[in-house]
Design a protein around this ligand. Structure first.
Ligand SMILES: C[S@@+](CC[C@H](N)C(=O)[O-])C[C@H]1O[C@@H](n2cnc3c(N)ncnc32)[C@H](O)[C@@H]1O
Length: 261
């Protein structure tokens, strides 16, 4: 188990798919299409295959290598798509520098992953990416912005503590957290990639009440772990935000990025 259970990934997928930037999605498809039937896409931290679904129906024509360290999520991907698509599931630790997963790829994808990784990990990954002809599509990189329709007195402090928690080690060294997209962009440009970026915020309303509740609970727990706020403040905030999820909305910032050489 990686700590990302499939109910959470399913819950966020509706918001993720609505948030992905349409123009970048089109550019990604246009990049893969000329490689023809069977072009290889390598999805890093693939979970249950959300990026495959986001790029479908075109994705059905391609070969997919889904890489994750969670065998349960990969089994779920296989259950959902093993009959209809050419999917190879690879259980691997992405933090292991020795593994070569990218050879032959036309496209490398990652969604909601690079905010968990360190700059050192990205440098190592890009050293492998430049050995291929692949483009890189990194979607839904959290950028540190959380804004609610109705404010609460400690919103700012909770978001700051949550963002500090996002910078802690998530298994790849000190995590990039909200800085992931600009750091990735700079590293790609150093390597001669042409980079396009577009905002892809979650816009959550009362129809996403359960996602809002889960997100708020996770934020409060992470903020509490930092020790930066008084416990009573966090608990007040958590209760107020849980109550308001049915009637109010919020914006959670992300960036999508697509890079080609
Ligand atoms: C936030 S989830 C995103 C999943 C999927 N890309 C999506 O958008 O639904 C992050 C994924 O990265 C995987 N992951 C985290 N650390 C990993 C590691 N060290 N090696 C391989 N996969 C990892 C998790 O198991 C999880 O599936």
């Amino acid at each position: 188990m990686s700590g990302f259970d499939k109910r959470w990934l399913d819950l966020r997928e509706v918001a993720d798919h609505a948030a992905r930037d349409c123009d970048l999605r089109r550019q990604v498809i246009d990049h893969v299409m000329p490689a023809g039937e069977g072009a290889l896409v390598v999805d890093l931290g693939a979970g249950t295959g959300s990026t495959f679904r986001a790029l479908s129906p075109e994705a059905l024509h391609w070969r997919w290598r889904l890489v994750d360290n969670d065998p349960f999520l990969l089994a779920e991907a296989r259950n959902r798509h093993g009959q209809s698509a050419r999917i190879e599931c690879v259980e691997a630790q992405l933090s292991d520098p020795a593994i070569d997963l990218l050879s032959g790829a036309r496209l490398i994808t990652a969604s909601a992953l690079f905010d968990l990784v360190s700059e050192e990990f990205l440098v190592r990954l890009l050293a492998q990416v430049v050995q291929t002809e692949a483009g890189l599509y990194a979607a839904l990189n959290y950028d540190g912005v959380c804004r609610w329709d109705s404010s609460h007195p400690v919103d700012e402090e909770v978001v700051a503590a949550f963002n500090a928690h996002q910078r802690q080690d998530k298994g790849f060294g000190p995590a990039l957290g909200p800085t992931a997209a600009p750091v990735l962009r700079a590293l790609l440009e150093e390597q001669g990639f042409k980079v396009a970026m577009a905002p892809s915020p979650w816009r959550l309303d009362r129809s996403h009440a359960e996602l809002q509740r889960q997100f708020v609970s996770g934020m409060a727990t992470a903020a509490a772990e930092t020790g930066l706020l008084a416990e009573t403040d966090i608990n007040d905030w958590r209760l107020a935000r849980l109550e308001r999820a049915e009637n109010s909305g919020c914006l959670i910032g992300h960036w999508d990025l697509f890079a080609v050489r």
